[in-house]
Design a protein around this ligand. Structure first.
Ligand code: GDP
Length: 195
């Protein structure tokens, strides 16, 4: 069962800051503005939780949340900021690489993709990193309320084609709208099934 209580644990800037690997965890990745904070808030049923990770200074941290006593939700820094200075980008890529390949309790990465845009090159970089790190990832489409049914078919086609190139991809795509609540219970069920 997906536990009902969530609390912020800490923001991490280096591998040495990770909490003990004493329970399983799932992580969330996505381009900035994809709707990651909103989705985490919808999942956990708390309004303010992931706002912490969107405040200036927190955006480059790996943010840990307790989801009940047995699970961590891990909010990875948003990527693809247009104006991020190169040293910042490189620092976070290094940390991300270390995290993905060095966290034995990480069960699955959820990669958020805006349903209006599909998989972009900057997403594909992360997907390749997940392949080489051998972390199973699952694609979550966000903001489906903004897309008409016939456009959705095209998005799904594009996303399926993109995923076919990635050995670490889990084939089922989850369609969500944090606004309308679509797919949230499904995603909770998927996460609960991993624990
Ligand atoms: P983050 O940068 O990935 O954490 O993105 P946010 O969660 O801050 O969301 C970015 C913007 O998209 C905000 O204006 C949200 O209100 C909006 N948004 C997020 N999820 C949805 C959704 O499911 N539907 C719609 N229509 N808008 C959304």
């Amino acid at each position: 069962l997906f536990a009902r209580e969530s609390t912020f644990v800490k923001g991490v800037v280096a591998m040495s800051g990770l909490p003990p690997a004493d329970r399983i965890e799932v992580c969330f990745a996505g381009r900035s503005n994809v709707g990651k904070s909103t989705l985490i808030n919808a999942l956990t049923g708390t309004k303010a939780l992931a706002r912490a990770s969107n405040t200036p200074g927190r955006t480059q941290e790996i943010n840990y949340f307790n989801q009940g006593p047995d699970l961590y939700l891990v909010d990875l820094p948003g990527y693809g900021y247009a104006n991020a200075p190169l040293p910042v980008v490189e620092k976070w890529q290094r940390l991300l690489k270390q995290y993905l390949s060095g966290r034995p309790t990480l069960r699955r990465a959820f990669v958020l993709i805006d349903a209006r845009h599909g998989v972009k090159d900057v997403d594909d970089q992360i997907l390749r990193l997940l392949d080489t790190s051998a972390v199973t990832f699952q694609c979550v489409l966000t903001k489906v309320d903004k897309v008409k049914a016939k456009d959705m078919e095209n998005t799904l086609k594009q996303v399926r084609a993109a995923l076919a190139k990635h050995p670490a991809a889990y084939p089922e795509i989850v369609l969500t709208s944090s606004e309308k609540g679509d797919g949230i219970e499904t995603l909770r069920g998927i996460i609960a099934g991993l624990s």
